[in-house]
Design a binder for this molecule. Structure first.
Ligand code: NAD
Ligand code: TYD
Length: 347
């Protein structure tokens, strides 16, 4: 048996593949286009593993996906492939429509028309809590029946893909599963997202950009806990169902960045004796910035027996340690096109 993972060279996908091989002998085919966010270095440790096969390509390439399905006959497709950064979706929404909506549609079509599916086959679509939009301070956390109300081109394109995936269950009996997860952090996250960006900038003596007043709230989950949730959904989830996944760690961005700074103060104190938090700099807010996300994970905990293992403190310490021990990784991914993005975004 085999699983076909898409977007496995990105942040969550590569953590998923590495975690998978730590606990399974089952082969993995990784289909990834290697956009700016995909990095084969993440999977260097398994590159020559006989259980692993990498294929460079687009989830929207029907012929390629049809061929991979025929060749590998997977028992599951896990769709991580996406454009994933909200700020990029604001400056260039078209790529989000193309990959997240059209790409997911074509992937679904290839799977629908593949005649090798067994009754155990599953299509697991990895989505985000951002499809639910934003919460007021006293609102209950997002549940699986919360209204879908996306506010950015990123979240709108993910919501559209979730709807398509759902429709393939009801219309074509495709055994789909959808997970909507909160903000992840951990190893191999591209340093355009808040956590790795701040670690990288702090160490480089640069500003730590805080959008608006910094009081926006995110619900943080360690990436390894997201991967265990996905394995639970794949193993025990009911086709057609949606599972919300969250860390139960609601923090303001100011708190999150301060946690990173105090961990760095302990691990690599600044030469001048000052604190990394002194580098925090308020900058122009993101247009349409969602104020608060919080996820109610009661369903996946109750029905699938999943719960996270890392606390906010332990997960952040582990993450900061990883970036400190893997500075060559950050150096490599922050060359070239990355510099152009940072210059344009924070000009
Ligand atoms: P990422 O941007 O780090 O990685 C995306 C990967 O997809 C990259 O390897 C990229 O090369 C690949 N890709 C992009 N377009 C492709 C295409 N057309 N065909 C094949 N591969 C393509 O993203 P991530 O943070 O790892 O997120 C993975 C998934 O999880 C996304 O669907 C995202 O919406 C979802 N998600 C992310 C978070 C988070 O906090 N990062 C939280 C919840 C859900
Ligand atoms: P991000 O990591 O981009 O994830 P998302 O927008 O998907 O939640 O951002 C997390 C939070 O941090 C979000 O409220 C935006 C904010 N943020 C900053 O304040 N400064 C930054 O430079 C970035 C990238 C994000």
């Amino acid at each position: 048996m085999t699983i076909l993972v898409t977007g496995g060279a990105g942040f969550i996908g590569s953590n998923f593949v590495l975690d998978w091989f730590a606990g399974h002998d089952e082969p993995v085919v990784n289909l990834d286009l290697l956009t700016y966010a995909g990095n084969l270095q993440n999977l260097q440790s398994v590159a020559t593993d006989p259980r692993y096969r990498f294929v460079r390509g687009d989830i929207g390439d029907n012929d390629l996906v049809a061929r991979l399905l025929r060749e590998s006959a997977p028992r599951a497709v896990i769709n991580f492939a996406a454009e994933s950064h909200v700020d990029r979706s604001i400056t260039g929404p078209e790529a989000f429509v193309q990959t997240n909506m059209v790409g997911t549609f074509r992937l679904l079509e290839a799977v629908r028309h593949w005649d090798g599916r067994t009754p155990e086959f599953r299509f697991l679509h990895v989505s985000t809590d951002e499809v639910y939009g934003t919460l007021e301070p006293d609102d209950p956390a997002f549940s699986e029946v919360s209204r879908i109300a996306p506010n950015s081109p990123y979240s709108a394109s993910k919501a559209a893909s979730d709807h398509l995936v759902r429709s393939y269950f009801h219309t074509y009996d495709l055994p789909v599963l959808i997970s909507n997860c909160s903000n992840n952090y951990g190893p191999f996250q591209f340093p355009e997202k808040l956590v790795p960006l701040c670690i990288h900038n702090a160490l480089a003596g640069k500003a730590l950009p805080i959008y608006g007043d910094g009081l926006q709230i995110r619900d943080w989950l360690y990436v390894g806990d997201h991967c265990s949730a996905l394995r639970a959904v794949l193993d025990r989830g009911l086709p057609g169902e949606v599972y919300n996944v969250g860390g139960g760690n609601e923090k303001t961005n100011l708190d999150t960045v301060r946690t990173i700074c105090t961990t760095l103060d302990k691990e690599v104190p600044r030469d001048d004796g000052a604190h990394y938090a002194d580098q925090m700099t308020f900058v122009r807010d993101r247009p349409g910035h969602d104020r608060r996300y919080a996820v109610n994970s009661a369903k996946i905990q109750r029905e699938l027996g999943w719960s996270p293992t890392e606390s906010f403190q332990s997960g952040f310490e582990k993450t900061v340690q990883w970036y400190l021990s893997n500075r060559d990784w950050t150096d490599q991914v922050t060359s070239g096109a990355y510099r152009d993005w940072v210059e344009a975004q924070y000009a």
